[in-house]
Design a protein around this ligand. Structure first.
Ligand SMILES: [Zn+2]
Ligand SMILES: [Zn+2]
Length: 399
């Protein structure tokens, strides 16, 4: 009986991930210890491309006009589809790798590196690419890469994200990002307060109005913001205050509805306090993730093959957002979650940052690398599966 070339390739690649695991973990901890903010991920990008190059992938640095982006290609036997594995590596301000992007980086890189190391060439038509995607936290790097054509010719894309549980599919919310500035008039806060117009009062009024609005919005929507400028000194009536907000919802339409209501709240706060207001919505809107159950099923089967358990969603957490949502609206994409912490540890917390460098994170990273690589091989070796993923994408609904 002839051996199944896909099965053989999968075994070799999974073994290669195990062989590379110590180096990948070292890389993950190095990135964790050197958190770099969006678009400034110079060290991470250099380390990851260096590693991929060493394992035999062809590297292009600075793709799509973003200096910290990259593309690593492992060619197959001839012309055919392109499967992309995405790697994120940016950190958050002050709290470092509290979203665990060091694990995303090394799982994605590990998948591509293991294919290159184990097989040299993909033994099927087409190619696998690891695309290094900067600035997920706040920069919408993937949208910029798409606009620059980096995903042109990609047939299917995938990545993993660390979480307090393993779920092959979980929704994400769309986001409209909005900045709001109030302008008043400076005056002495003690001797001439009645000659000032207080831009901080307007800002506080905006937060109060949004708190009232929150009761009247759909339960899955989110409105949250911070004051980035509250004034200059306590003895000056603030003449300028600034804030930024994320308006999130499961659909883009409802994000627009939130923006409409937000503008009303801001206008009302300005009128009440005699200020003027400027509301600036970011032209880049984050899309919600579009599911692809054909690809998610393959990923789930590969987790089963490597004996990595999938967890029921305990419903304790709401949803976040990702610029991967925009990729998923352009081509068949999956964004599964892999456990790197115990149950109930919130992302963007200091506890999660600790777990992102734990032995559990290593286990999740290794499983993620294997399942990504094996799923990429499935899509190249089994044209029917890729076709099914594409048909589902075209139909526009999850199966
Ligand atoms: Zn995050
Ligand atoms: Zn993240």
């Amino acid at each position: 009986m002839a051996a199944d070339p896909l099965d053989e390739a999968k075994t070799k690649v999974a073994d290669a991930v195990d062989r590379l695991a110590d180096e990948l973990e070292k890389l993950s901890l190095q990135i964790h210890a050197n958190p770099e903010l969006c678009f400034k991920e110079e060290k991470a990008s250099a380390w990851l491309t260096g590693f991929l190059e060493k394992q035999g992938a062809r590297i292009e640095r600075g793709v799509g006009g973003l200096p910290t982006a990259f593309r690593a290609t492992v060619e197959g036997t001839g012309p055919g589809p392109t499967v992309a594995i995405m790697a994120e590596y940016d950190a958050l301000p002050n709290i470092g790798h509290a979203c665990g992007h060091n694990v995303i980086a090394t799982a994605g890189t590990g998948a591509g590196a293991a294919i290159a190391a184990a097989l040299g060439k993909v033994p099927f038509a087409g190619r696998v690419q690891v695309i290094g995607t900067p600035a997920e936290e706040g920069g919408a790097g993937k949208v910029k890469l798409m606009e620059a054509g980096v995903f042109k010719g990609v047939d299917a894309a995938m990545m993993i994200h660390g979480r307090c549980g393993t779920q092959v599919w979980r929704p994400s919310l769309g986001i409209v990002k909005v900045k709001c500035d109030f302008f008043g008039k400076a005056s002495h806060a003690s001797s001439w307060p009645w000659r000032g117009v207080n831009a901080l009062n307007a800002m506080i009024q905006l937060f109060v109005s949004l708190d009232q609005m929150r009761q009247q919005i759909k339960p899955d929507a989110r409105v949250h913001g911070i004051i980035t400028k509250g004034g200059d000194q306590a003895n000056i009536i603030p003449e300028h205050t600034a804030s930024e907000f994320y308006l999130r919802a499961p659909s883009k339409d409802y994000c627009q509805e939130l923006l409409r209501r937000f503008e009303g709240c801001a206008q009302g706060a300005a009128t009440a306090t005699g200020c003027t207001v400027k509301v600036t919505a970011d032209p880049i809107i984050h899309d919600p993730l579009k599911p692809n159950f054909a690809m998610a099923t393959l990923f789930g089967q590969n987790l089963e093959r490597i004996d990595f358990p999938v967890d029921p969603d305990d419903g304790e957490a709401g949803y976040g957002s990702t610029d991967c949502g925009n990729v998923s609206q352009a081509l068949p994409t999956i964004h599964p979650y892999i456990r790197i912490s115990p149950d109930g540890i919130p992302g963007h917390s200091r506890e999660f940052a600790e777990w992102a460098k734990s032995p559990l994170a290593r286990t999740g990273m290794v499983a993620g690398a294997k399942a990504l690589a094996l799923t990429a091989l499935d899509l190249l070796a089994r044209p029917d599966e890729l076709k099914r993923a594409k048909e589902e994408f075209e139909r526009g609904v999850g199966g």
